[in-house]
Structures are given as structure tokens and as C-alpha cells.
Write a protein that binds this ligand. Structure first.
Ligand SMILES: [Zn+2]
Length: 201
């Protein structure tokens, strides 16, 4: 082994991150090695608190701080509780919040249906969604899954499940790049998709 074990260990750990190959991982590792001590310590601290300091909102399953029961959106009295926007993951909440065009609340599925990867309805927060709908007075559900194959399939599946409940169900308008990801859409495109949302039948 050419490199001391602690260095190799960090390179290996960083290489497992999405979008980071062995080359970038090595560059980051040597950057940290030469950086002032507090830099690595701050990073280690942030990593350690990442899981222990966060939790899922018990209502919408967005990520929130560990000492809170509900995320700030669910807890806010200013949000319209008759609108529910269904998204794939917490970054989509962030993307929609950035548009400033939505005043309802959310429900985070944590993924999409994907039979190929063995992801079925029971692996997403769908049961929790149906439970919510029994106690909350929802006027409209906006299906804001990504405009991808899996996102569309998930929206279709939810439409079928929600149909018998007699709730108004809409889907974000087309115009978002197909196969794209909500979190990378620019604010105007997302705002247009939101305001042009269409009834799903
Ligand atoms: Zn919440």
C-alpha cells in the first residue's frame, strides 16, 4: 500500500459519494490534509450531526431538526391546509418553496415506484398519505412527482388510489423537461408547471 491507511480510508469513503470518482476523492483528501485543523474537525462534526440532528416530520416526512415534531411548513399557521403537494424527496420541497408560488403543505414519498429496483407502494410513504387524508380536510392534491417514467407511473398509481376518495387531483403541467428532476428545474419553469397544473382523470 502506497498511502497511509487513514488517507486511503478517507479516499475510499469519499469515492462512494455520487458524482465523486477516485481522482476527486484523492484531491479532496489531500486538500483536507493540508487545510487548517479546524477545517477537518468542522467537517467531521457536521457529518456526525447529520443523522443524529435530523428526523422526519411526523406529518409530511420532510427532513427536519431532530428536536422538532413537525417541520416548519407543517407547523406554520400561515399555510393553506386544504392543499397537499406530493413530492418524491425533500429536495423537491425546497425547489417548490423557492418558487414562492405554493402556500399549501406537502407529503414526501421518499422515492418512486420502480418494479425493476424492487420498490413497491409499501416502500414509499403512501400508507401514511392515505392515513393523513382520513383526518385532514384536503381540497386538492397536486401530484408533483418528477416528469420521468417512474414519476409518471407513481402519479398514475396514486391517482387510482385517490380516485375513490373523491378528492380533486391535479398533476404539474408539462413543460418541465421530460426525464428531468424537479430540483434542477429553474424557478420560472416550475412556477409555470405549478400554475398550469391539470386535472388528472
Ligand atoms: Zn412536515
Amino acid at each position: 500500500m502506497l498511502l497511509p491507511t487513514p488517507i486511503q480510508n478517507l479516499i475510499d469513503a469519499l469515492s462512494r459519494l455520487p458524482g465523486i470518482g477516485p481522482k476527486t476523492a484523492s484531491r479532496l483528501t489531500f486538500y483536507l490534509l493540508r487545510a487548517p485543523d479546524h477545517f477537518s474537525l468542522d467537517l467531521a462534526d457536521a457529518l456526525q450531526n447529520l443523522n443524529s440532528g435530523t428526523a422526519f416530520c411526523r406529518t409530511c416526512f420532510n427532513i427536519t431538526e431532530a428536536d422538532r415534531d413537525e417541520c416548519p411548513i407543517c407547523a406554520s399557521p400561515d399555510r393553506d391546509r386544504t392543499y397537499l403537494c406530493i413530492v418524491e424527496d425533500p429536495l423537491d420541497v425546497l425547489a417548490l418553496e423557492r418558487t414562492g408560488g405554493y402556500r399549501g403543505r406537502y407529503h414526501v414519498l421518499h422515492g418512486t415506484l420502480s418494479p425493476i429496483d424492487g420498490v413497491g407502494p409499501e416502500d414509499l410513504r403512501i400508507r401514511e398519505l392515505l392515513e393523513r387524508l382520513q383526518v385532514e380536510q384536503i381540497h386538492e392534491i397536486i401530484l408533483a412527482t418528477n416528469p420521468s417514467l417512474e414519476g409518471d407511473a407513481t402519479a398514475m398509481y396514486l391517482r387510482q388510489r385517490l380516485k375513490p376518495l373523491g378528492i380533486h387531483v391535479t398533476r404539474l403541467a408539462r413543460g418541465l423537461p421530460v426525464g428531468g428532476d424537479l430540483e434542477y428545474a429553474d424557478q420560472n419553469t416550475l412556477l409555470r408547471a405549478l400554475s398550469g397544473r391539470q386535472e388528472m382523470d
